[in-house]
Design a protein around this ligand. Structure first.
Ligand SMILES: Cc1cc2nc3c(=O)[nH]c(=O)nc-3n(C[C@H](O)[C@H](O)[C@H](O)COP(=O)(O)OP(=O)(O)OC[C@H]3O[C@@H](n4cnc5c(N)ncnc54)[C@H](O)[C@@H]3O)c2cc1C
Length: 223
């Protein structure tokens, strides 16, 4: 579509803004393997076009007063047939909520220290009926499957509540979760960057704090 209207296209943006003076669209996305965030402008062409990474922006409120015209186009059958064939079905190894759709996520990072400690996170997730997320460090260490990875090279999530346990909050992790409505961070380093995006921060040992939090949630929620 961009080609047909002679526009450029910045794909997979993680942030959009408008320059109030020039009306240029400021299109931000990771570049150079995710090591920098680049802001791209297209000053010479109109329209300006960008696509946005799934879940980085909050859904707009439904506005029933808005109207639009639905144009029905008759398509020929050959346009509707797929060239994709299903060869076989491979079930995912771990059964869990799709983290990109979960309302609550409890995520663990290297600060959990060993794979067995993900059980502590899983217990809290069970009580909160939440999905389980992870940092790339935890995934790279084979503590948990890649499908749980949150961040630039994992999934982008926008839950109502994100609880980050033992996650430092490097930019690549924040790119995948900083639009969450409420962020709770538990980290024993008071200077960890995750606290810069956290709504509530708890400085301390996640392995001591999470079981207490789980017990309290159990009491309150009666689960
Ligand atoms: C191109 C590229 C893409 C990337 N994509 C991603 C991505 O998609 N997702 C992602 O997460 N990362 C990604 N990364 C990696 C990212 O830069 C970090 O290395 C990674 O997020 C660190 O994971 P972590 O926070 O679990 O580990 P660390 O940075 O090692 O942090 C561990 C944290 O745990 C705390 N801690 C330790 N013990 C405890 C305890 N007992 N209780 C509480 N806190 C404790 C420490 O204070 C520390 O803050 C990417 C990197 C690159 C270069």
């Amino acid at each position: 579509m961009a080609v047909s209207v002679n526009a450029g296209l910045t794909a997979d943006c993680t942030g959009l803004a408008i320059d109030p003076e020039t009306r240029n669209l400021l299109q931000t996305r990771p570049a150079f393997g995710g090591n920098i965030m680049a802001t791209i402008v297209t000053p010479d062409h109109r329209p300006q076009m960008a696509t946005v990474r799934h879940k980085v922006m909050k859904e707009a409120e439904v506005d029933p007063s808005r109207t639009g015209e639905v144009i029905r186009v008759a398509l020929t059958a050959d346009l509707l047939s797929s060239r994709t064939r299903r060869l076989r079905y491979v079930a995912e190894e771990t059964s869990t909520v799709n983290i990109a759709e979960a309302n609550i996520l409890v995520s663990g990072g290297r600060g959990l220290q060993k794979p067995e400690n993900f059980a502590v996170i899983a217990e809290l997730a069970k009580v909160l009926k939440a999905g389980i997320g992870a940092s790339r460090a935890a995934v790279d260490a084979n503590w948990i499957a890649y499908s749980h990875q949150v961040g630039q090279t994992g999934k982008t999530v926008c839950p109502k509540l994100y609880i980050a346990c033992g996650i430092s909050g490097q930019i690549q992790h924040l790119a995948g979760m900083s639009s969450a409505e409420t962020i709770v961070a538990i980290n024993r380093d008071a200077d960890a960057p995750i606290f810069s995006v956290a709504t509530y921060g708890v400085v301390g040992d996640a392995l001591e704090i999470i079981p207490k939090l789980t017990a309290e949630c159990k009491k309150i929620l009666g689960r």
